[in-house]
Structure formats: C-alpha cells, structure tokens
Design a protein around this ligand. Structure first.
Ligand code: AMP
Length: 194
C-alpha cells in the first residue's frame, strides 16, 4: 500500500497535485476539506457546526475530523492501492491518530510531501481562486487567519514527520508540472530506493 500525506499551507496546490497523484498511482483521495464542504452542502448537523468554524478560518476539532477520516479509511481499506490524505493531518494529534489508524490494519504512512510555496504567492492564488470558488474562506480576512492557524497549529506537524523519518520537502518549483515531476521522483525513490 502507498499511503501519502500531502501537506502545505492553504493555496500550496495540495488539491491539484493530489488529483495528479491519484491518477498516476490509483490511490483513494481523502480530503477533509472536501468532506466538510459536502456536510455543509447537505445541511447536516456536522456541516452546520463546521461552517461556523471554517468561515472564520478556524480548524474543526480533532475528534470530529479523526472520526470522519476513520470511517472513510474503513470503507476503502480493503479494496485500494493506498490513500492520499489531503488537508489532513493539520495537528500533531491528528498525525498521531493517523499512524494509529493505519497500524490498526497493519499499514504505515509511506511519506509526507510538504509543498513549499512563498507566502505572497499563496495569498495571490487564494484570492484568485476566491473569484470562482465561492468558498466562504477565500477572502483576504479569512485567508490571513488561515495562514496564522497554519503557522501556529499545523506547522508543528512537520517536526512530527521529520522526527519519524517520513518528511520530504517539495520546493524550488514554479509550475504545476514541475511540482508533479518532483513528487513522482520522490515517490519512486521512497518505493524503490533509486
Ligand atoms: P481545506 O479545503 O483543506 O483548505 O480546508 C478548509 C477548512 O476546513 C480549513 O480551513 C478548516 O477550517 C477545515 N478543515 C479541513 N481539514 C481539517 C483538518 N484536518 N482539521 C481541522 N480542520 C480542517
């Protein structure tokens, strides 16, 4: 099984790269942001609760996120090549929970890919996306809050993966294609060691 965390600040291109990785390696794409937006669209209790947090740029509580991802892993773990986790984990507690979930059926995380993008470019991209995404959180005030939360709460996840030898940075790329080429090389290296 190939299990990958795609990590990075809001606007770093996690969703775009996930789609390309999914196509090449035939993985199941689990995006906690997409799952939450689906709950919001369906008007569920979880969706209404999550909406109040997401629209202000805050994180949704760990227990709710872990429950949601655990259910999705359970649904697919028997019939897939592996998972790509997009937007999850966003806290060290979530990263620890992911290790435990995978270990519960004898699997491990293969690697964590950190998409490194300069901050001014992140803001520019998110504002541009906001013109068409109609996402409540793609406006300047909420973008600033999301980046602050990323620095304070989510970046410690990097240390967690560095300390367990599964961290890989993807940097110095400009185009989507360049990022993807680097990612493929890193995945191949982690699978085959060349
Ligand atoms: P994303 O689509 O990944 O940018 O996520 C959009 C928003 O959903 C985030 O700003 C958070 O409010 C919430 N969210 C998504 N994934 C998580 C997570 N793993 N933990 C906590 N909140 C999350």
């Amino acid at each position: 099984m190939l299990n990958i965390v795609i990590f990075g600040a809001p606007g770093s291109g996690k969703g775009t790269q996930s789609e390309l990785i999914v196509k090449k390696y035939n993985l199941v794409h689990l995006s906690t942001g997409d799952m939450l937006r689906d709950e919001i669209a369906r008007g569920t209790d979880i969706g209404r609760f999550a909406d109040t947090l997401i629209s202000k740029g805050n994180l949704v509580p760990d227990d709710l996120i872990i429950k949601m991802i655990s259910a999705k892993i359970d649904e697919r773990k028997g019939d897939c090549n592996g998972f790509i986790f997009d937007g999850f984990p966003r806290t060290v507690a979530q990263a620890e929970a992911l290790d435990a979930l995978l270990a519960s059926f004898g699997k491990k995380l293969t690697l964590m890919l950190d998409l490194r993008v300069e901050e001014p470019l992140l803001v520019e991209r998110l504002l541009k996306r906001g013109e068409t995404s109609h996402r409540a959180d793609d406006n300047l005030e909420v973008i600033k809050k999301r980046l602050q939360v990323y620095h304070e709460v989510t970046m410690p996840v990097i240390e967690f993966y560095k300390s367990t030898g599964r961290y890989v940075a993807v940097e110095n790329c400009t185009t989507v294609e360049e990022y993807f080429q680097s990612i493929v090389q890193l995945i191949e290296f982690s699978i085959c060691g060349f």
